[in-house]
Ligand binder design. Structure first.
Ligand code: ZN
Length: 255
């Protein structure tokens, strides 16, 4: 068996103590700066759709949440919102910081969920598809939701993983700020790393709230894109079979 990921980070310091550290005279280097320096030292990319959990040490996620809450508070103040008297937004900064780090962008700050792969002892080599898997993400350009569905097709290779694990790894990958074109490629990279398939294909269909809520305000517009790797790329009939299977899956659902 091969396992990935390690235990989640524990909370070691009292929140008030951390607030004091951050507020007292600014002698403390910001935790975001410490993490950034570590990333630079190790030459690790930290784009919006990258995972940076390897460079976050124990207890730092809690510190980061406090730092982000302060900055979100500053943003609200710059938006000229009366944080002192408006009961609705009094705790918004803390809520937003927590939501970013532990929910909607958890795929940046938290380790990959534990996924165990097994040797493909039966030498399975027929393709199968999994989907629809719900996609909840946010666009890198506006930080508003991207919501949709994806389908994953696999021609098994050396190792296999459980069906539910595809949904887990997809949720982890999508929970970052993204552009759709890169999101499918990052997910394909992770699936290749986890189970070394002979072929993998992903189709993603999503609605972008930056098009629904603002800008052109097109409420029904969606984007569909795909990525095919390995045998799915080299063998047109296999690629065709993958798209056909997903199509059948979609039709079965809409009945
Ligand atoms: Zn956008």
């Amino acid at each position: 068996m091969t396992s990935t990921a390690s235990p989640s980070k524990g909370q070691f310091r009292d929140e008030n103590e951390l607030y004091d550290d951050i507020n007292n005279g600014g002698t403390h280097e910001k935790v975001s700066e410490r993490i950034r320096q570590r990333l630079l030292d190790r030459g690790v990319s930290f784009f919006a759709n990258d995972n940076v959990s390897e460079c976050i040490e124990e207890g730092e996620l809690e510190e980061l949440q406090i730092e982000v809450a302060e900055k979100v508070g500053d943003l609200l103040k710059s938006l000229v919102i009366d944080l002192d008297n408006d009961h609705n937004t009094a705790d918004t900064a803390q809520r937003v910081a927590k939501m970013y780090l532990n929910e909607v962008f958890k795929g940046r700050y938290h380790n990959q969920p534990k996924i165990t792969s097994f040797p493909n002892v039966k030498h399975l080599d027929e393709i199968y598809t999994v989907g629809p898997i719900t996609v909840r993400s946010a666009c890198s350009h506006h930080f508003v939701p991207i919501m949709g569905s994806c389908w994953i097709g696999v021609k098994p290779g050396k190792r296999v993983i459980g069906l539910s694990k595809f949904a887990r790894v997809a949720d982890w990958v999508f929970s970052r700020p993204h552009i759709q074109e890169e999101a499918v490629m990052i997910l394909a990279d992770e699936i290749e790393r986890l189970c070394e398939p002979q072929g993998v294909g992903i189709i993603l269909k999503a609605e972008h709230y930056c098009m629904k809520l603002r800008g052109v305000k097109e409420p029904h517009c969606s984007m569909v894109n795909s990525v095919v790797r390995g045998d799915f790329r080299h063998d047109p009939s296999l690629k065709q079979e993958f798209f056909e299977l997903v199509h059948q899956q979609e039709n079965a659902l809409s009945r």
